[in-house]
Design a protein around this ligand. Structure first.
Ligand code: C5P
Length: 287
């Protein structure tokens, strides 16, 4: 018995931080959606009670450092499954990029094992398991467009955002998410207007959406890595209607409704930046 599952990358349309919590995490309010850049995972049941991870990518660990491994272990423990699982991961989403690649692999694992072992667990329960693995995993279980609050576990689904092209550019630097959150000065934040972003999505208003992209973590990552700010400028100057860093970075994306302009943005970034992708806004994908 084998099951396949896609794990799409997510981007932040907004990322706001409201406060620091006593548990060390931050209270966030963000709007996340998905794009059609996805890892592809295959799941095969094993008689022996073990978890195997197989991947061509040198960036994919085959032990509990891998979030898909952790998701499988927690799923098996929670539902007392004694069978084993072999997970093959074809990696397309850049790692440590702010695109939730690892979290999406973990969420895909929860959905796939639910299907493989015919447990019919509702998405909300899978999301509760997911958030124990990482703050972004709960959102990734739904793979839709949503307002995400709390530590990442409170999900309010929205309709898909206005259709457009998304040009993603990831410089070859690593960003530490804990360090970015730690260095954020809560007293000096320009908060994005989450309500207007929600309105733009509900009204399918592309213009309004481009006016309200915002990520409070940009200033921290830009201060540490000038090249990320440079990529933002380059994307803007090559014709993007709006540009934003996703998550804690370092990936920056630009939006446009025109394929020809997306190609111009792509060409302007190639050579300057190692990993550049032209993708479509997805927002809702249950396939
Ligand atoms: O939950 P996850 O392990 O993905 O989070 C990585 C780090 O990001 C946390 O250890 C924490 O430092 C920071 N974080 C935070 N508040 C959140 C989510 C993440 O401070 N809501």
């Amino acid at each position: 018995m084998q099951v396949f599952e896609k794990a799409p990358a997510k981007i932040n349309l907004t990322l706001d931080v409201l406060s620091k919590r006593p548990d060390g995490y931050h209270e966030v309010e963000m709007i996340m959606t998905t794009v059609d850049l996805a890892d592809r995972l295959g799941f095969t049941e094993l008689d022996e009670d073990k978890i195997e991870i197989i991947s061509d990518s040198k960036y994919v660990p085959n032990d509990k450092r891998n979030l898909a491994y952790r998701a499988a272990a927690l799923f098996k423990k929670t539902y007392q499954i004694k069978k084993g699982i072999r997970i093959t991961i074809d990696k397309y989403i850049p790692v440590s990029a702010g695109l939730a690649g690892g979290s999406s692999d973990a969420a895909a694992t929860l959905r796939a094992l639910n299907q493989l072992w015919s447990l019919n667990i509702p998405a909300s329960e899978l999301a509760d398991i997911g958030v124990q693995i990482g703050s972004d995993v709960a959102f990734c279980v739904y793979n839709s467009t949503a307002v995400v609050r709390g530590r990442g576990e409170i999900i309010t689904e929205l309709s898909a955002p206005p259709a457009c092209w998304v040009v993603l550019a990831k410089p070859s630097i690593g960003v530490s998410t804990p360090t970015v959150f730690q260095d954020l000065n809560l007293a000096d934040i320009k908060h994005p207007n989450t309500e207007l972003m929600i309105s733009s999505i509900e009204a399918d208003d592309y213009q309004l959406m481009t006016q309200h992209l915002g990520n409070v973590l940009e200033q921290v990552t830009f201060a540490h890595h000038q090249e990320v700010a440079q990529i933002k400028d380059r994307l803007k100057n090559s014709g993007a209607d709006a540009v934003l860093m996703s998550g804690s970075g370092p990936t920056v994306y630009g939006l446009t409704r025109h394929q020809s302009r997306a190609k111009r943005m792509y060409n302007s970034l190639r050579g300057f930046c190692q990993e550049v992708f032209i993708v479509r806004m997805l927002g809702y994908d249950k396939t």
